[in-house]
Ligand binder design. Structure first.
Ligand code: WT7
Length: 637
């Protein structure tokens, strides 16, 4: 088991060691895992290329570190406590032994279907234990999984399947979310019309709705599992073999498939999990994130299971049957560590404290936050009403690209401050730079956040486009990884994340590229062009504000076209990417070279009506007055 730091002086000591001698530090952590062959070299790196290789020469299988390494003493322990969407339905309790059996069987299913080491497998499933089984079965045989969040549309799914060259897709008839069912199979069928690489589809039965099965392509999960052999020997993987691909948005239109490694990711997800949450044997841990995002990968599946944790996995939504659902679950399973997103907290906060009344939350020890900056009001609400003033809050800053938590308190060890992610994790070397790349040393400084040294969990490349990987993360400030976030280091040396400094917006903890939303809007037949910016939103953190130039209005007038633009975005990306506000304008503020001045649009979206700075480089400065006038008129009416 990875070591656990338990005092502040221990943190200071270990952190110092981890930066003074990173290879010795990480090799000590790595040695607590099970290797089939020990690595020859701890780290080889060059941020110019960029190339990062951890534990080269090592051979292992990640699932052996979850199962074989722990099964003798943990076989009977609960791995997953699955809480269904409908509280009336039977929950499922799955032990490590049972999970191991399912994973081995499904690994054999994949092998029987001809899936080989290195093949990419697509997963488009609801939040059911079989999603975990599917991921671990891929890791068992060395296939690279790519999970696509169930909220993505057919078009978004097919784009990702095609980019990753997926041959086999695992999906379900549908999924339950609150009062809704999501027709996953129907969406997948539509996606597959445009994803010619997919030859086989495994369908898990969840909603039991009637769905068409395509002869020769679609097979039922339960039929395959019924005939599968029970034992499977894990494939031998190299340290740097890819474990998975996960797509995320960037500042250009095309989503990026970040590639995570086997050994480095395994070690980093497990070590951060145990230390940040201070998980102890016997604790019950509940992460509310969907496995379709990186939080679910690292802190619902890999980190916790590698640490032998008992995890609550919840299929539904926080507000159904009512806004007390999370607290019912905490009470029911006696949850000790609870990890969620600020947007969920703000929406529950808006519904009032009455939903917490009478719920026994006394089991809680640690509260976690992730995905976006947590504002002070939500922090205090979480601290006072959920944690009853006795649970430390770990505000964990990290990214899909980082693979695991980078800046965060260790629960109960590093003193917290509302809205501060506080201190770097072991081995993480943050640097704050100004726009010229000049490092801002000392305390009380602010600028762009970079990381100057590799850590084991970092993504190694963008699938199929290493040059884009270099361009996006390693070229802005040569020699450093650029996060895309702004940060402040205060007088105590504490880090506060200020939000994105690029064209990425964070809506309810979901990352969206403005260009991606613009491309979707521009698909609408009556749209000429558009510009999308984020604006402060009480619940979502940031909302989506779209400025749209139309060639003509449709039948329904302005409201009609707004509705149909939202439909278009839903269809192309997914419902969560629908613009909150759409302002129809006759033109966009562009410079003579055709660049949209987003800074002006961001101000308008934030409700400002003056002080737009220098607009003299605009092709048509009058357009600004017109946009402000339209925004004021719309806001007033
Ligand atoms: C972006 C990464 C990390 C998993 C979920 C999101 C923002 C994330 C925090 C935090 C302030 C945060 C950043 C980051 N972010 N956590 N604790 N405080 N901002 O992963 O979709 O890759 O998004 O989320 O802007 O760059 P993601």
């Amino acid at each position: 088991m990875v070591p656990k730091i338990s005092t502040l002086s221990g943190y200071i000591f270990e952190y110092q060691k981890s930066t003074a001698n990173p290879t010795e530090f990480w090799s000590n952590i790595a040695d607590t895992f099970y290797w089939r062959r020990k690595y020859d070299e701890v780290l080889k790196w060059d941020f110019q290329k960029p190339e990062v290789r951890w534990f080269e020469g090592g051979q292992l299988n990640l699932t052996e570190n979850i199962f074989e390494r722990q099964i003798f003493y943990r076989g009977g322990q609960t791995a997953l406590l699955w809480e269904p969407n409908d509280p009336e339905e039977e929950p499922r309790r799955i032990t490590y032994q049972e999970l191991f059996e399912e994973v081995q069987k499904f690994a054999n299913v994949l092998l029987d279907l001809g899936v080989k080491k290195g093949d990419r497998v697509g997963i488009y499933l609801p939040m059911v234990p079989e999603l975990v089984v599917a991921m671990l079965a891929c890791a068992r045989i060395g296939a690279v999984h790519s999970v696509v969040f169930g909220g993505f549309s057919a078009q978004a799914l097919s784009e990702r399947l095609e980019d990753a060259g997926i041959r086999l897709l695992i999906t379900a008839d549908g999924g339950f979310r609150g009062t809704k069912t999501v027709p996953l199979k129907a969406i997948a069928d539509e996606a597959l019309e445009q994803a010619p690489t997919v030859e086989q589809v495994i369908v898990y039965q969840r909603t039991k709705e009637d769905i068409p099965m395509k002869e020769g392509r679609d097979v039922w999960w339960h039929d395959l599992m019924a005939g599968a052999a029970a034992s499977n020997e894990a494939a031998t993987m190299e340290s740097e073999d890819p474990l998975y691909i996960l797509y995320t948005s960037g500042s250009t239109g095309k989503p990026k498939g970040l590639v995570h490694s086997t050994a480095g990711y395994m070690i980093y997800s497990a070590y951060t999990f145990r230390n940040v949450f201070q998980y102890s044997d016997g604790d019950v841990y509940f992460c509310t994130a969907d496995i379709g995002w990186v939080t679910g990968h690292s802190y619902l599946v890999y980190g916790p299971l590698l640490s032998g944790a008992t995890c609550v996995m919840f299929e539904g939504v926080p507000t159904w049957p009512d806004a007390g659902r999370f607290w019912d679950i905490v009470e029911k399973y006696r949850v000790n560590q609870f990890y969620t997103a600020p947007t969920a907290l703000r929406s529950l906060m808006a519904m009032g404290e009455k939903w917490l009344e009478g719920k026994d939350l006394s089991s809680l020890k640690v509260l976690g936050s992730v995905g976006e900056p947590i504002n002070e009001e939500a922090w205090h609400w979480y601290h006072d009403h959920v944690g009853k003033n006795r649970c430390p809050i770990v505000d964990t800053w990290w990214q899909t690209e980082t693979g695991g938590i980078m800046i965060s308190p260790l629960a109960g060890i590093i003193p917290t401050k509302p809205s501060y992610a506080t201190m770097p994790f072991m081995g993480v070397q943050p640097v704050i730079v100004d726009s010229e790349g000049q490092e801002q040393t000392g305390n009380s400084v602010q600028g762009n956040l970079c990381i100057s040294y590799p850590w084991p969990g970092m993504a190694r490349t963008i699938w199929g486009d290493h040059e884009r990987f270099r361009q996006t993360y390693f070229s802005t400030y040569p020699g450093m990884y650029f996060t895309g976030d702004g940060a402040r280091r205060d007088e105590d040396g504490y880090y506060r994340i200020m939000g994105r400094v690029d064209d990425v917006i964070n809506v309810s903890g979901h990352r969206l590229g403005t260009a991606e939303v613009e491309n979707a809007i521009n698909e609408h037949p009556l749209v000429n062009e558009s510009a999308v910016v984020g604006f402060p939103h009480d619940i979502k953190g940031q909302g989506i504000f779209a400025f749209v130039v139309c060639t003509e209005l449709s039948d329904g007038g302005e409201d009609g076209i707004r509705t149909s633009i939202r439909k278009t975005v839903s269809k192309i990306i997914g419902p969560f990417a629908k613009p909150d506000l759409i302002l129809l304008v006759s033109g966009l503020p562009k410079t003579r070279s055709g660049k949209i001045m987003r800074r002006i649009l961001r101000k308008v979206a934030a409700g400002e009506t003056e002080d737009f700075g220098d607009t003299s480089t605009l092709l048509d400065p009058a357009i600004v007055d017109e946009i402000v006038e339209a925004a004021t008129r719309t806001a007033g009416g």
